[in-house]
Design a protein around this ligand. Structure first.
Ligand SMILES: NC(=O)c1ccc[n+]([C@@H]2O[C@H](COP(=O)([O-])OP(=O)(O)OC[C@H]3O[C@@H](n4cnc5c(N)ncnc54)[C@H](OP(=O)(O)O)[C@@H]3O)[C@@H](O)[C@H]2O)c1
Length: 274
């Protein structure tokens, strides 16, 4: 591990496992420096078998033997876990929560004082190393904690630092965003089939088009409207397609999707108040 610390992943579900795989494949950390804990013995055995990682016998043991702990449980399991591990945390320990909606302040009230607490919101393209993680730090976290967290999440994609007040918005946009885009991709694929393409060809055309358009946006830094205008020739085909999108209210629908998901993340934050 570049920062020479021991990492513990508490919760080895979809996201915990994805992070562990990224860290192993990117060689961010030596596998012997990493361990994990789960609730069920079967999950523990499966993860040990698949990833070759050391399993801690309990959450408490994991915390005691780790400098840096990534909390990857569901929001409804957060409180019991924090109460269990809270006393074993404290100065010298860093806790990174990927749990949606629960603030660093709420986490800090349940655990030993002095623990450096951070939050991360990754997304599922992390499974192919193309994730987008937003990171923020609680009041006890130092620059060095943020640096370590950045290093960890870089193993599964890109990382951006944000102010904590934006974490629910991040959840609504990039956390949930892959689902919106899968609907777009499914629709484009079905459209390809409607106009006579095979499913395989339509899937490849749709997928690479979305990937390429996103890459153009990020690599050129140009405004999406300018990039759209370049495809749209006078009296051409694209403007007819765009007219249909406007009539179908695609823009407003996507905006509303992010707004609603953000509101839901805020509401869950109140509900999950630990
Ligand atoms: N999925 C996403 O797109 C996404 C994106 C960003 C952030 N997140 C956040 O990531 C977190 C995890 O999501 P997920 O999809 O990975 O959930 P998941 O697949 O349900 O995994 C949750 C894990 O937590 C473990 N767990 C539950 N209670 C525990 C306890 N008391 N002690 C130890 N381990 C315990 C479970 O262990 P067992 O398997 O043994 O029961 C399981 O391995 C959530 O809070 C979510 O908000 C998810």
């Amino acid at each position: 591990m570049p920062f020479g610390k021991r990492l513990g992943i508490l919760g080895m579900g979809r996201m915990g496992r994805c992070l562990a795989q990224g860290l192993i494949s990117q060689k961010t950390i030596e596998p012997h420096q990493m361990s994990f804990s789960t609730r069920h013995l079967e999950t523990r055995a499966q993860a040990t078998h698949d990833l070759g990682l050391k399993a801690a016998v309990s959450n408490l043991e994991l915390v005691k033997n780790s400098d840096l702990i990534v909390l990857a449980v569901k929001p409804q399991n957060m409180l019991e876990v924090l109460r269990e591990i809270g006393p074993a945390l404290g100065k010298g320990k860093t806790l990174i929560s990927i749990v949606a909606s629960v603030s660093t302040t709420d986490i800090e009230t349940e655990i030993a004082k002095g623990t450096a607490v951070l939050r991360a919101m990754p997304n599922t393209p992390a499974f192919v190393g193309a994730g987008m993680t937003a990171l923020c730090a609680g009041k006890s976290a130092a620059e060095s904690d943020l640096k370590m967290a950045k290093e960890i999440f870089k193993s599964i994609g890109k990382v951006l630092l944000v102010d904590e007040k934006h974490m629910d918005a991040v959840t609504g946009l990039s956390g949930c965003g892959p689902a919106y885009l899968y609907v777009v991709l499914e629709s484009l694929t079905d459209a390809g089939i409607k106009v006579g393409l095979s499913r395989d060809v339509a899937t490849q055309l749709a997928g690479q088009t979305v990937l390429g358009a996103a890459q153009m946006l990020l690599e050129t830094g140009r405004h999406p409207a300018a990039l759209k205008d370049e495809v749209t020739t006078p009296a051409g085909c694209t403007i007819d397609g765009l007219l249909e999108l406007e009539e179908g209210k695609l823009r407003v629908t996507l905006i509303k999707a992010v707004v609603q998901a953000t509101k839901r993340a805020k509401a869950l934050a109140k509900k999950a108040k630990v």
